[in-house]
Design a protein around this ligand. Structure first.
Ligand code: AFP
Length: 333
């Protein structure tokens, strides 16, 4: 019989060399706790229809999205779990206008940015959803929330959980990107996808093509190129899009290709991106880069974009390095 796979907590201890000792302890505490929260969220999602937990609360969140019951529940569950670690100084969440400050102080405490239930419009149709998270050093600031701002290169860890047919947790502390699958019998995440390497090129692209008329001309020309038949370069690419970033990025990480959410350029003087930088775009950028891929806004590397607001939005084109490089070229033309 094959050796039993490594658990998430065992794996976290192998990654400590990438971090300072105090950070390593805190990162392991926070990531381990996010894993436990994920197992609870997976359970709740499985029972949501039975417990009358589907549907809207009524009202919009800080970024104007309609709030679902599970968005609120996920946020509250995440807040209390992170508070208990004693390692987290603040949480920037999609579901709160301002950072939720916590007790932990000291230069090694962490600020977490998270979207506890991302893709929640998929919930009522039993589609995949996810949790996305990013960890930054608080640097002893009080209040700690502002430490979440700045560039994506400041992230010391990032990851997501995908609630699909199986529950998968993927994370990085800057030493590769690693994937785990939840064993429901034990509630333990087991290493099933060590050191994920994204293919240099893919065969699929994911984008909400209903928005085509609002895209930058370079984006339109690039998607047209992907759809144009050319056997030698493996075109046309196939379109795959779920409406949940986690599911689309997960497929892209494993199979290669592209996930894109470009800005709305209807008013070229004021392009309007949709996805949130701190808890969607930047963490996915770090995960994809750590797997050998690229993440760009079309104009610059995602990780170089500086957040000046908690719920700032950014465009994203991420995936296989050669495919993303090609997209950037179309934006430059
Ligand atoms: P919701 O959480 O409101 O469902 O939004 C999900 C999301 O932020 C991201 O996960 C998807 O990739 C993207 O929005 C889908 O947006 P469109 O519905 O505009 O394609």
């Amino acid at each position: 019989m094959a050796d039993s796979p490594m658990t998430l907590s065992e794996h976290l201890s192998t990654q400590q060399a990438a971090l300072s000792t105090e950070h390593a302890r805190n990162v392991a505490a926070v990531l381990g706790r996010i894993g436990r929260v994920a197992a609870v969220i997976a359970q709740e999602l499985a029972h949501a229809a039975l417990r009358d937990q589907l549907g809207y609360v009524g009202g919009a969140n800080a970024t104007g999205d309609q709030v679902k019951k599970l968005d609120v529940w996920g946020h509250e569950t995440m807040v209390s779990a992170l508070r208990e670690t004693g390692a987290c100084a603040a949480l920037v969440s999609e579901e709160a206008a301002d950072p939720v400050e916590m007790r932990a102080g000291g230069t090694h405490a962490l600020v977490v940015c998270a979207d506890p239930v991302d893709g929640s419009s998929n919930l009522d149709v039993n589609g995949s959803v996810g949790t996305i998270f990013s960890l930054k050093p608080s640097r002893g600031k009080s209040p700690a929330g502002p430490a979440a701002l700045g560039a994506g290169t400041d992230q010391i860890a990032a990851g997501y959980v995908m609630y699909g047919p199986a529950t998968t947790l993927v994370y990085t502390v800057g030493r590769g990107t690693h994937g785990f699958t939840l064993a429901p019998e034990t509630g333990e995440f087991l290493l099933t996808h060590p050191d994920i390497r994204i293919p240099k090129r893919g065969k699929t692209y994911g984008i909400n093509e209903g928005n085509v008329n609002a895209w930058h001309p370079g984006q339109r020309a690039f998607v047209e190129y992907l759809k144009t038949k050319d056997k030698a370069s493996g075109r046309p690419y196939s379109l795959r899009y779920s409406g949940a970033m986690v599911a689309d990025v997960h497929r892209t990480l494993l199979d290669g290709g592209l996930f894109m959410y470009p800005a709305d350029w209807s008013d070229p003087a004021k392009p309007k991106p949709k996805l949130r930088l701190l808890y969607e775009v930047a963490p996915m950028g770090l995960l994809v880069e750590q797997a050998g891929g690229r993440a760009s806004t079309g104009f610059e590397r995602v990780l170089d974009v500086v957040a000046t607001e908690y719920h700032q939005r950014a465009a994203v084109i991420l995936g296989s390095p050669e495919d993303v490089a090609m997209a950037d070229e179309f934006y430059r033309r």
